[in-house]
Design a protein around this ligand. Structure first.
Ligand code: HEM
Length: 122
């Protein structure tokens, strides 16, 4: 537990810093921003935090829907691999901005990959 990526990246403080940057990148990326159009801003911040904590292998306090159910309505709107790739790309760019090493960035991307089939309803 002590050796999770979450702790190695700097714990909760690092997640908070990343939320802000990641959020702005996703909402200004016209490949994917439409998916967030009808999403409540306050829930969105909580969602981003849950997203990153999960992506970093942090404490599992997440009580939302599982990834398959949580994204099913987006799959119905056409969510596909290219959108998934864009999200992972924004996450990697966020971590790079925060001076996270390439080694950790690759680990985060690999963790994201484990959710791909559920998020995309495959
Ligand atoms: C690494 C892959 C992903 C993870 C770990 C992840 C994580 C999450 C989490 C934790 C939630 C909250 C679920 C709930 O409502 O209880 C969520 C919702 C959401 N996700 Fe993702 N997500 C991923 C990929 C994506 C992608 C690729 C997109 C679109 C490009 C996306 C767009 C959204 C949107 C718009 C919501 C809010 C849905 C709503 O409230 O109507 N996610 N995601």
């Amino acid at each position: 537990m002590n050796n999770t990526l979450f702790n190695n990246l700097g714990g909760e403080g690092a997640v908070d810093a990343a939320v802000d940057i990641f959020y702005r990148k996703v909402l200004s990326d016209d490949r994917i921003s439409d998916f967030f159009d009808d999403v409540d801003m306050e829930r969105q911040a909580a969602k981003q935090k849950a997203f990153l904590t999960m992506a970093f292998g942090g404490p599992n306090q997440y009580s939302g829907m599982d990834m398959r159910r949580g994204h099913a309505h987006l799959v119905a709107k056409g969510l596909n691999d290219s959108h998934f790739d864009a999200v992972v790309e924004n996450l990697a760019a966020t971590l790079k901005e925060l001076n996270v090493s390439q080694e950790y960035i690759s680990e985060v991307a690999a963790l994201c990959e484990t959710t791909r089939s559920d998020v995309l309803g495959k």
